[in-house]
Design a protein around this ligand. Structure first.
Ligand code: SF4
Ligand code: SF4
Ligand code: SF4
Length: 295
């Protein structure tokens, strides 16, 4: 199945409407308040063997998140993640053709970005993914420094110079109102599937068993990495071939940042604040004493 440039532009223009439609036969997880723990976690299952490189997920993400429009990218020069691009395709030439892996935030269970974020802009959502509130971002860049997948991008405002981090939000407003993420909704081949994480893990394993018959290196990526990713991958080759770290690790320095430097920062600020308060009290006492002496 191939989709031309016209299809891409048509898809881009129509995606805003499309994303609010629920194609028939698509199973949606129903999120209820009675769900608890990892049973309620949602996820995306990305199957590289089904991806045709149409870039509709990329277009849908831009459209839904009001990011600047673009033409259909060239796989030889795919766009990089940036403030204007929260998902892209990792393109891999295989023989005469191409293979693609949709690339964005992995929504880790043990997310270094959440642990080091000092402002609370990054937090674990009760549905398992990592939610991001831009208005709380202070542009410190710790998440950029510690993410093991090199996902967050920090960009400065040209006028104010204030930094702001950008990354995939897992379409939080959609997902928490019983819709699937825009990219999953736009994918014409079912290469991106949204659902309950536990069910997607089982589905991914079954798909890997099928693929293993022709691709012995096939594997499921994300079941256990970083405590379990909320973007799982069915790969027909080794993770490193698709630009993924074979064994991503939670950076030790992130733990130091969280458990040592962050509390220290609060202690320093508390001491400074206490010092200022004391200064004000002493100055006030002096003023009162002077007034008494004059009278
Ligand atoms: S991939 Fe990086 S930015 Fe995304 S949740 Fe994991 S640590 Fe955070
Ligand atoms: S989940 Fe939403 S924000 Fe993330 S890549 Fe898909 S469309 Fe973009
Ligand atoms: S994941 Fe789906 S929408 Fe994205 S490029 Fe592949 S086939 Fe197209």
């Amino acid at each position: 199945m191939t989709l031309g440039r016209r299809d891409f532009l048509k898809g881009f223009a129509g995606v805003a409407g499309l994303t609010f439609l629920q194609p028939s036969g698509m199973v949606r997880p129903t999120v209820t308040s009675t769900d608890s723990g990892s049973q309620s976690d949602v996820a995306l299952l990305v199957d590289v063997s089904k991806c045709i490189g149409c870039w509709w997920c990329y277009a849908a993400c831009k459209n839904y998140n009001n990011l600047p429009e673009t033409i259909k990218p060239d796989p030889e020069d795919p766009p990089k993640l940036s403030g204007d691009c929260w998902t892209t395709l990792f393109a891999l030439q295989k023989g005469d053709g191409w293979s693609f892996r949709k690339q964005a935030c992995m929504h880790c269970t043990d997310a270094a970005c959440v642990e080091v974020c000092p402002s609370g802009a990054l937090r674990y959502n009760e549905l398992g993914f990592v939610q991001y509130e831009t208005e709380k971002c202070i542009g410190c860049g710790y998440c950029v420094e510690y993410c093991p997948f090199n996902v967050p991008r920090l960009e400065s405002n040209r006028i104010t110079g204030i930094g702001l981090m950008h990354k995939c939000t897992f379409c939080m407003e959609r997902v928490t109102s019983h819709q699937q993420p825009a990219c999953a909704d736009a994918c014409p081949t079912g290469a991106i599937k949204f659902g309950r994480r536990l069910e997607l893990v089982q589905e991914g394993k079954q798909r890997v068993a099928e693929l293993s018959k022709i691709s012995p290196q096939a594997c499921l990526y994300g079941e256990h990495e970083m405590g379990g990713l909320h973007v799982l991958y069915v790969l027909d080759d080794c993770p490193s071939v698709y630009g993924l770290p074979e064994d991503p690790q939670f950076p030790v320095t992130a733990i130091i940042q969280k458990d040592v430097f962050r509390p220290l920062t609060w202690i320093v600020w508390s001491v400074v604040a206490a010092g200022l308060a004391l200064n004000v009290l002493v100055a006030r006492a002096r003023q009162v004493r002077k007034k008494k002496e004059v009278h």
